[in-house]
Design a protein around this ligand. Structure first.
Ligand SMILES: NC(=O)c1ccc[n+]([C@@H]2O[C@H](COP(=O)([O-])OP(=O)(O)OC[C@H]3O[C@@H](n4cnc5c(N)ncnc54)[C@H](OP(=O)(O)O)[C@@H]3O)[C@@H](O)[C@H]2O)c1
Length: 286
């Protein structure tokens, strides 16, 4: 029951009504018997400063931030965590005598991959150079990856992300196209991560960028697209005998990391998973 003592958390975005975060966080609060609730807030462009100020004065304990506010929210915060500052985007805000911003997207991807293989000293090929690629590439290098290749359709964007990575971190980073160059890089890579929307519902029959014949069985393949559960890229990875990490794992762990930042508690991953799968209509995949 919600009372005067209930702690309020939520997510701000535009749109926000399809967010999968409320069911995951509320299921965890219920399981842990915490007097807390997580709600969606529809906040339009230009109103993000007022929303942060409003949340602060109303005693909201924490917020997730989603499209289109992940960058614009930063100027309205009192403090920003080092990784979020590097990434240039915030998806989690903790209110405690001020507002502090974090980014748990990259952390979520790293935790998802580390269920299968450690990232330390590994060679990682990342397809795409947008917001998700930026979060994942900075975080995976912060966690000790040995080498990162950013492969993108618009090679200039891959080069620009590469330049940001090497100018901020002591890291080995290459930029590549999505054709012959990337195929060469995958041959001796340990981890392949797709951050492009290729294969995402409703375009589930999109031709994957990389086929089984250029993968190998020591490769770990992570597609951060989570709908469908098994994308065309992951099907190709299975054909090649590679290990796969579905996009739902990143989504679960970015939430688990936000929950920990706000409450100090490690949320039950299985409860997040069950709530997410139910929401996606994928209960049978468990
Ligand atoms: N699992 C999770 O928790 C999670 C979290 C965040 C995002 N995501 C998913 O990640 C995806 C990307 O998000 P984002 O925020 O990074 O998007 P974004 O900033 O718009 O970047 C999209 C990237 O994909 C590339 N791309 C788009 N369409 C392409 C195509 N047809 N062929 C080749 N490359 C293409 C773009 O290349 P150009 O530069 O050439 O345009 C760009 O590098 C979305 O599907 C999103 O749902 C999942």
């Amino acid at each position: 029951m919600i009372t005067g003592r209930t702690n309020v958390f939520g997510i701000m975005g535009d749109p926000v009504e399809h967010s999968l975060s409320p069911p995951m966080h509320n299921a965890a609060f219920k399981k842990l018997g915490m007097d807390s609730v997580y709600v969606p807030f529809h906040v339009k462009k230009g109103e993000i400063g007022a929303a942060i100020q409003g949340a602060l004065v109303m005693g909201v304990k924490g917020l997730n931030v989603t499209i289109p506010h992940k960058t614009s929210v930063m100027e309205h915060l009192d403090e920003i965590d080092h990784a979020a500052e590097l990434i240039g985007a915030v998806n989690t805000v903790k209110f405690n005598n001020g507002a502090r911003g974090y980014n748990t997207d990259g952390l979520g991807a790293v935790r998802a991959i580390e269920e299968v293989t450690p990232v330390k000293n590994k060679k990682v090929v990342i397809l795409g150079a947008g917001g998700a690629a930026r979060a994942v590439s900075f975080q995976i290098l912060l966690e000790g990856a040995g080498e990162v290749v950013i492969a993108n359709r618009t090679v200039e964007k891959a080069k620009s992300l590469r330049n940001d990575l090497v100018s901020n971190l002591d890291a080995s980073v290459k930029a590549s196209d999505l054709d012959l160059e990337v195929i060469g890089e995958i041959q001796d890579a340990d981890i392949l991560i797709n951050t492009t929307p290729i294969g995402m519902y409703p375009n589930i029959d999109d031709e994957p960028i990389i086929n089984a014949d250029v993968m190998h069985e020591d490769l770990v393949v992570n597609d951060i697209v989570y709908n469908p559960f098994e994308t065309g890229l992951l099907k190709e990875a299975k054909k090649a005998g590679a290990k796969v990490v579905p996009g739902t794992r990143m989504l679960i762990y970015q939430g688990v990391e936000a929950f920990k930042i706000w409450t100090g508690v490690e949320a039950p991953v299985d409860i997040f998973e069950k709530a997410l799968m139910k929401e996606l209509g994928l209960g049978e995949e468990l």
